[in-house]
Write a protein of this length. Structure first.
Length: 178
C-alpha cells in the first residue's frame, strides 16, 4: 500500500487544522515517510511541510516563598492553572517575553534570576523556555488572558493545566532545596 492510499493522507497541524495544499505550488499534500517521520509533502514539487515547534517563554515568579500562577482564560485547558507564558515574538528575546507575559497575564513586574530549563517532547507543539524570577512590584490579578492570578505555596497548588507544569514545578522545588 502506498502512502497516498493510507488513512490520514492529509497532514494535520497539532491543533487539528488540515493542511491540504502546498504553500509553494498549491498542489495536494500527502503524508510521506521522510527522515523516519510522517511529514506532509507536495505531490507535485516535493516541497516538505515541516511543522516546527513554536518557542514559548515563561517565568516561575516567586514572592515570599510562594509561586505565581494564573488561571487560564483561554483554551486549551481553560480554567486550569499554570504559570505565565507566551509565544516569543519576532525581535523579542526569551527573557523579554517571559517578563512581558507576567505583566500581561498577572499584572506584576518581575526580574529574572536564572534559566530553570528548556522543555520539549514529541507530544508538545512548543519548546518552553522557563526562567525563575521574583515579583518586584504589583499585586497578582486576572487579565484579558487569565481569569485569576494568585500566589501559592508548594503545599497548596491548584489543579495544573498541563502535565509538564508538574514536572517544571518539581524541577523548581528540587532546585530550591539545594
Amino acid at each position: 500500500m502506498t502512502d497516498a492510499n493510507m488513512d490520514n493522507s492529509h497532514a494535520h497541524d497539532d491543533a487539528g487544522t488540515q493542511f491540504r495544499f502546498c504553500p509553494k505550488c498549491a498542489e495536494r499534500l500527502e503524508n510521506r515517510l521522510i527522515e523516519q517521520h510522517r511529514r506532509p509533502a507536495c505531490t507535485a514539487c516535493d516541497f516538505i511541510f515541516y511543522r516546527d515547534p513554536k518557542p514559548v517563554a515563561g517565568t516561575l515568579a516567586l514572592k515570599d516563598g510562594k509561586i505565581l500562577l494564573i488561571q487560564r482564560g483561554n483554551d486549551p485547558k481553560h480554567g486550569f492553572w499554570s504559570f505565565p507564558t507566551g509565544f516569543i515574538d519576532v525581535g523579542d528575546t526569551p527573557e523579554e517575553t517571559a517578563i512581558r507575559e507576567a505583566k500581561e497575564e498577572a499584572d506584576v513586574e518581575v526580574e529574572l534570576d536564572r534559566l530553570l530549563g528548556v522543555y520539549s517532547d514529541m507530544e508538545r507543539t512548543v519548546v518552553l523556555i522557563v526562567y525563575v524570577g521574583r515579583i518586584v512590584s504589583g499585586v497578582p490579578k486576572g487579565s484579558a488572558e487569565a481569569l485569576d492570578a494568585n500566589l501559592f505555596d508548594s503545599e497548596s497548588l491548584p489543579e495544573l493545566a498541563f502535565d509538564h507544569d508538574y514536572r517544571i514545578l518539581g524541577d523548581l522545588f528540587d532546585a530550591m532545596e539545594k
